[in-house]
Design a protein around this ligand. Sequence first.
Ligand code: MN
Length: 200
Amino acid sequence: MPFTLPALPYAFNALEPHIDARTMEIHHGKHHNAYVTNLNNAVAGKPEESLSIEEICKNISKYPVAVRNNGGGHYNHSLFWQIMGPNAGGAPGGALADAINAAFGSFDEFKTKFNAAATGRFGSGWAWLIKDSSGSLAITSTPNQDNPLMDVAEVKGTPVLGLDVWEHAYYLNYQNRRPDYCAAWWNVVNWNEVAKLFAK
Ligand code: MN
């Protein structure tokens, strides 16, 4: 099987009280695991089983919808676990902070715009901070398990931060209160990991 579920880099309860352990356990062990299983089934015996998930996303329009949904799900969640962590939150520094200030005016203004993208995404999807081809930062959102790497995305770029706004990401703890989940999520953003992605 070419694709595997990455281990969560912290305990299920590490993001409490902002994201509860039960949500993390189901989200990682059931939802993400299902995307991996279904992606492996969708690429089995085809040339794309030897490609990286990034390469698949960049040409996603060539593949069946099962690859788009489950490949996107695998890429998106792998990034999501990485950019969160315990004892996190606060604000970024260094080159990432400079780029955020250049693109959005201030860190607070960036958070306001990102929250608007996350709360305004109708139905299931993701909000993203991306680095575009010129190296500048931009905010976008995608439906379902699409992402900005995909050739079908309205706004394309390399994700450096992503927020899952599917109900499965927050419903146990926040029910219909997506804005409360989005507000609390800033407390678990691991800016060191985001800075690494930005520096790539
Ligand atoms: Mn999810």
